[in-house]
Ligand binder design. Structure first.
Ligand code: ZN
Length: 111
């Protein structure tokens, strides 16, 4: 359903390059689930096909509805830069996992 297609219809908007097909498919699926219908296209699949082997052409994620482009870009940025991280509380030295800006143990702010 979201597999690579040889030609991108003109109304699609390119959203992002992906480092490989698995990640491109993951992004497209997550965006589609959230209402930003997206498909995976092979970069360079048309035009200069034959010069670049298919497995060396980077996949791209394309958005179907270009009116959602800005919102989809913002959402994709969040997917690419998850806020989950680990930090040690400067006050009580508790290790904090996840998108928390405050220590759950003593209430100190993240460094
Ligand atoms: Zn603490």
């Amino acid at each position: 359903m979201h597999g690579p297609r040889p030609h991108a219809p003109p109304f699609l908007k390119r959203l992002a390059h992906a480092p490989n097909l698995a990640i491109a498919t993951l992004w497209a699926d997550l965006l589609t689930q959230e209402g930003f219908e997206a498909t995976v296209q092979r970069a360079f699949a048309s035009g200069i096909a034959g010069e670049i082997p298919p497995d060396q052409a980077l996949p791209e994620v394309w958005l179907v509805d270009d009116s959602l482009l800005e919102a989809a870009r913002a959402r994709l940025h969040e997917l690419q830069h998850p806020r989950t991280r680990r930090w040690a509380c400067p006050r009580c030295h508790e290790l904090i996992d996840g998108p928390f800006e405050q220590c759950w143990n003593c209430g100190a702010m993240a460094p």
